[in-house]
Design a binder for this molecule. Structure first.
Ligand code: HEC
Ligand code: HEC
Length: 182
């Protein structure tokens, strides 16, 4: 970062007046924050975002509803796609931006009602879930399911929502469409 080097040099030379420092920092700060957010900074949700998310995040498993996790969790996940829970997810930079924009805009902590509010309602301040199935909301919702059920062949993983929620692909999770295999 060139501006930073210049600042350090001026400081070490000892001629930078303290009063001037504040002005300099303010003048430089837009540049700093841009760099801090990084290349994945989503500008805004575009008309393509939802489609990119549906295709790119719904191929191996259900495209998980953005309202199932807070924005920081999505940002971390999208930043680590090459090491995605044991899978390698390769997305072009532009696709990553689109997907992240969609996930952050619909994230649990951006919601004013519905699912996101329910998810956040059970989240402790210190919780940093990286999985939907790790959230207190998920555990609470599935508290009556015996431990052994999750590892049955027909279920394989709690993340396999569609094993029990037969209309999960349409975003329907109500009691009527649930059937636990076994
Ligand atoms: C190449 C296949 C693949 C693609 C593409 C993929 N995932 Fe995954 N994902 C996985 C696997 C494998 C797991 C681990 C599943 C398990 O633990 O049962 C996983 C788990 C997850 C989980 C955690 C589920 C839980 O346990 O709560 C989330 C959230 C998730 N993926 C989001 C995404 C998003 C967002 C995208 C799109 C950017 C994406 N995935 C694309 C393979 C994929
Ligand atoms: C082993 C089967 C099983 C799996 C896998 C599973 N669920 Fe469930 N889920 C249930 C059962 C059973 C209920 C309780 C239904 C009830 O309220 O009687 C439930 C309840 C829910 C509810 C509350 C529905 C309501 O209207 O009260 C939601 C939302 C939900 N699950 C989402 C998910 C998501 C998202 C996943 C995947 C990340 C998932 N579930 C995985 C069995 C499962």
């Amino acid at each position: 970062m060139k501006a930073c080097d210049a600042l350090a040099r001026m400081r070490s030379l000892g001629w930078l007046p303290l009063a001037g420092l504040g002005v300099l920092v303010v003048a430089l700060s837009p540049g700093f924050s841009e760099n801090a957010i990084g290349e994945d900074a989503p500008a805004h949700v575009s008309s393509r975002s939802e489609g990119v998310w549906r295709v790119r995040c719904g191929g191996c498993h259900l495209a998980f509803d953005p309202a199932l996790l807070p924005g920081t969790a999505w940002r971390t996940l999208v930043g680590r796609l090459p090491e995605h829970f044991g899978a390698r997810v390769a997305l072009a930079q532009e696709e990553r931006r689109e997907v992240l924009a969609w996930l952050e805009a619909g994230a649990a902590d951006a919601a004013v009602d519905g699912l996101g509010v329910a998810v956040m309602g059970r989240m402790a301040r210190t919780d940093r879930p990286s999985r939907v199935t790790e959230t207190r909301w998920f555990r609470h919702r599935h508290v009556n399911i015996p431990r052994a059920t999750w590892s049955r062949d027909a279920v394989a993983s709690p993340a396999n929502c569609a094993a029990c929620h037969r209309e999960a692909g349409k975003g329907i999770f109500d009691e009527r469409s649930v059937r636990v295999p076994g």
